[in-house]
Design a protein around this ligand. Structure first.
Ligand SMILES: [Zn+2]
Length: 70
């Protein structure tokens, strides 16, 4: 299995639960790669990987990519 490119998500892209849904329009995945909609919590660890398609979502905290901890 190859490594999927990481999708950078901004805080504004998060829904009210602090995560994103996959498939996401941000991922620009081909139609054949779509799968049941799943919720991925990216706010807890700053990233999440979709168990279906392997797409990795990484939370970006801002233009300067300022993480709360190194
Ligand atoms: Zn997915």
């Amino acid at each position: 299995m190859t490594t999927s490119p990481a999708i950078t998500v901004l805080e504004k892209d998060l829904n009210s639960h602090g995560g994103v849904f996959c498939p996401s329009p941000l991922a620009q995945m081909p139609i054949w790669n779509h799968h049941p909609k799943v919720f991925l919590d990216v706010s807890t660890t700053g990233q999440a990987t979709c168990a279906y398609c392997g797409t990795r979502y990484v939370l970006s905290w801002g233009p300067a990519d300022q993480h709360p901890s190194a």
